[in-house]
Structure formats: structure tokens, C-alpha cells
Design a protein around this ligand. Sequence first.
Ligand code: 13P
Ligand code: SF4
Length: 366
Amino acid sequence: MSILNALTKPGLPEHYKNLSEEEMVKRVEVIKAEMGERLYLPAHHYQKDEVVQFADDTGDSLQLAQLAARNKKAEAIVFCGVHFMAETADILTEDHQTVILPDIRAGCSMADMADIHQTERAWTKLQSRFGDTLLPLTYVNSTAAIKAFVGKNGGATVTSSNAMAMVDWSFTQKERILFLPDQHLGRNTAYELGVPLEAMAVWDPITDTLEYEGDDEKVRVILWKGHCSVHEKFTVENIEDVRQRFPGMNVIVHPECSFDVVERSDFSGSTKMIIETIEQAKSGSKWAIGTEMNLVNRIIQQHPDKTIVSLNPNMCPCLTMNRIDLPHLLWALEEIQQGKKTNQIKVEEETAYYANQALNRMLDRA
Ligand code: 13P
Ligand code: SF4
């Protein structure tokens, strides 16, 4: 859904803005109890606590996709996350199941950095330069149209949990990969697998050009020039600063952070990996976390026996994840109760068919 389309949809009715938290909590609890298994409420780890408290499951992108694919009972799936996650859930669930995103404006700025027209133009140019040697891979943080393009061209989706396995697999299929839309996850993953930086080129979708100065024969990975506006806020200076202030500090970051940040960190991984690493860490250990603020704050609260700080002291919220709040959740549930499908996420049939191929190539290996 384009931003313009989203803005023309009716937003949260005024009266929800004046309800007390206590009233909203009570009404959500009543609806959840009444609907039972007819309702499924998955939430991404970046969601606010006021939403997470009602989640049937929480997870990283891979877990949420797997859980959606497994759920055959719920008539309504109220997806507490961002637009691409709700699209994925719609593609992986059955026709009788309706996926609702409580605030239709909850997009992902990274997913918006690759549109299908730019991608088709890039593919034509890259194929004429490299021949039939390319396999497209897309991070799940992408639109259904990009996933469909990738599926149609033999490629697959990846998440931050399985990027290594998927990039490894793609080199068994073709000589080179085009990795959309996050250059950082692509670069960090390929480097970890032994691809040198000199073998990575960057495709700029704004100028329609390939940024690469070496010999074309050496190119193994073409990185789409996209990024996450939340994770780009973690810097090498943050790491140096935190290590100086807290001797013995461990630094753990999400692989959407830049190459330099990931290289200087002690660990990097998906939200699930970050959560599990801190859970398993020794009492008294020190951690600086480079990921979204709601998750960092939750981890801090859950581990009073450890010293945990945000890697960036100014904290980095994902503004679109934060659009899903208690009033929007209650509104979504009350609309469902009235038989309405407000803010339904429905991927058009042909797009869903090919996007499903890309997702299943990943889920079969995840
Ligand atoms: P995870 O799959 O690690 O939860 O990441 C999703 C995301 O959007 C990170 O910005
Ligand atoms: Fe998108 Fe970044 Fe927010 Fe993740 S944190 S949903 S990549 S904008």
C-alpha cells in the first residue's frame, strides 16, 4: 500500500483517544476471551508493552512467518507489527483467514526503498551486464510485489535469522546474487560467508547505476542501496564510547547495522538471537544493545541482574512499529466483532502466488 493510499483510509475514530488505559485493557480482555481461538494475535519483538501484553505469540520475522503458516484455526489474525509482516501472514494463511493491521500506516521505511518498477529496471540492466548469472534474494522486509518478483525469478526470501543459510544456498543456484533491499544485511552476511568486500557491488535505484570499480567478473554480490533508518543510528563512535564508559561491556547488534558497526561488535543477530543471548548471559555481565528501543527497554526490565544499556544513548524507536498502540488494537478488535474488515491486508492473487514461492523456498530450509 502506498503512503498516499494509507493516508486516505479512515484513521482511529476520535472517541478511542479519550478512553482510559484501564477501560481499553478491560475491553480487549473481554473480546479476546469471547473470540478464543477464532482470534490470533501475533506481535513482533519491537511492539510496545501495552500491545505485547495481549500477544498470543511474540517473535522475530522468521518465527512470526512460521507461526502464521501453521495457524489454521483463527478467522482473524490481528498482526501487531508492520505492513510487510502482515502481507507475509496473508500470503501464508488460508483464504478463510483475514489479516488485519491495526494501523494501516504502520509501514517499514526500508521496505519502501525498493519498488517493483525500480527492481524490474535494475534486473534488465544487470542481466544485460552479467547475463543469466544472477539469483534475486530479498529480505522479508520488502513488499509482496518484490517477493513475487524474486519468486518468479527462482529466488527466495531471507530473514536476519537465516540469511547465512539462504545466501549459502543461493550460491548453489547461481554465480551471483542480487540482494534486496538492505545493503547492510546483505554485506554483513556475505562477508561472514567469506565473500570479500571487493566482490560486492552496490546498485543505486535512484540513479539506476551500479557502484563498482573493479572487474565485473569478480562480482559475487550486488547489494540494493537500502537501509533501516533505525539501525543506521548506531555508530562506531557509540561502540567506542560505551566501551570506554563501561570496561568489559559486550556489544550486541542487529545485522541491519552498518558493516563497520557489526565488525566492531562482539555479536550480531536477529531480535530472537539478541533476546536469547542476553537470557543465557551470566548474572553481572554488561551489555550494550544496538536495536530498536521498545525491545531494548523490555530486555533491560527483564534482567535486573545484568547491566544493560542501549548502544545509542539517545535510544532509537521504530516510529512505524510504534503506530500500533492500545487504542488501535482495541479499535481493530471491536471492528472485527462488528463483522467489519477494517485495515485488512489482502495481497492480490497473482502476487501472492509468486511471493509464496519465494517464502516457501525459505521456509523449507529454515
Ligand atoms: P527480526 O527478524 O530480527 O525480528 O528483524 C525484523 C526487523 O524489522 C528488524 O528491524
Ligand atoms: Fe523497518 Fe527498520 Fe522498523 Fe525494522 S526497525 S520495521 S527495518 S524501519
